[in-house]
Write a protein of this length. Structure first.
Length: 328
């Protein structure tokens, strides 16, 4: 992880992504899904930022908007000092190799009709790999770097286990020597026994290649292990951001406290005496979010002010930001 004084590798400012809701024969817009609604954060070079929250809170959408797989509705994405929010055509194509993605389900993200060698080599061909022999050597090198036999290039995805398929996805993401990788729940579809192997591989690659990660997950135990800092997301907004140690030791937002109270503790004695925070109700629809604080409909601390006024995204302590009227 780099020092705080170094300029960030990536900065997002007021990042927003709204999807129109269309109905009727004439496909008229009748509403908007506010999937991502004003994110502000930075990721430093060689850092892992964990992005956590319940399913449907907008984590994966945020990752795709940052990589320009979706166009942002508003806000800015600044990568190495360059605003890439509006890049198009050849300028965007030149940026692509520097920012890659590892997808959640390796079964769905790998083309079953293509061999492993073709899957990993495809980005190299797309971005100008020279010579068949050099391409083959690079594919074999990438397979070896993720712990797979270089002789597997002519096999198909169905011939591999889930963990091996995810390693193939990692190799494909590494093909163009990226600086920044969005890991979109890369272990969620894997057996628990395999998850630690993939996380250890990602950490090893980060150390060897100087990679920077945005690690999206709902597994708070794994995020604590891999992330330098953690951002907690709720209904399209980040509600708390701090270093991993500080966030798990002293969460300031009631939503973060509720999430952490659900994480099992290995000590049975401590677990039996620990307070569990049970949230009432369901997550509101992103098509019709509550006014004021979006967590106010489920928050055990909510006051009338919370339903009327949106909390400020503020730095309460050095490096510890929170959006809550009553955090102190």
């Amino acid at each position: 992880m780099s020092t705080d004084s170094a300029p960030p590798l990536l900065a997002v400012e007021k990042l927003t992504k709204h999807f129109p809701i269309m109905q009727g024969v004439f496909r008229r817009q009748v509403g908007t899904v506010k999937a991502v609604d004003g994110l502000d954060f930075e990721i430093r070079e060689r850092e892992t930022l964990g992005l956590v929250g319940e399913s449907g809170c907008g984590k994966s959408t945020a990752g795709r908007v940052i990589l320009r797989l979706y166009a942002a509705t508003a806000g800015r994405i600044v990568f190495r000092g360059t605003d890439i929010t509006a890049l198009e055509g050849e300028a965007l194509r030149r940026m692509r190799p520097r920012m890659q993605m590892i997808f959640q389900d390796p079964q769905d993200s790998l083309n079953p009709r293509m061999t492993v060698g073709t899957i990993i080599g495809e980005p190299l061909l797309e971005h100008g790999a020279e010579g068949k022999r050099a391409l083959q050597a690079r594919v074999e090198e990438l397979l070896e770097s993720v712990g797979l036999d270089p002789g597997f290039t002519n096999r198909y995805p169905h011939e591999f286990s889930g963990g091996q398929r995810q390693r193939i996805g990692v190799a494909r993401a590494l093909a163009l020597n990226p600086e920044f990788i969005v890991c979109d729940e890369p272990i969620a579809a894997l057996d628990v026994s395999i998850q630690a192997q993939v996380v250890n591989l990602l950490e090893d690659l980060q150390e060897r290649l100087g990679l920077t990660y945005l690690f999206i997950s709902h597994d708070l135990s794994m995020i604590r292990h891999i992330a330098d800092r953690v951002a907690v997301m709720y209904l399209g907004k980040i509600v708390e951001l701090a270093t991993s140690d500080v966030l798990y030791r002293e969460p300031l937002h009631p939503y973060t406290r509720a999430l952490l109270s659900a994480v099992p503790i290995h000590d049975p004695e401590l677990e039996s005496h620990r307070e569990r925070i049970i949230l009432s109700g369901d997550v509101p629809s992103p098509a019709d979010p509550p006014s004021g604080c979006r967590f106010s409909t489920r928050c055990p601390m909510a006051a009338p002010e919370c339903r009327e006024r949106e909390p400020e995204w503020r730095e309460l302590r050095p490096g510890h930001r929170v959006a809550c009227h009553f955090a102190e």
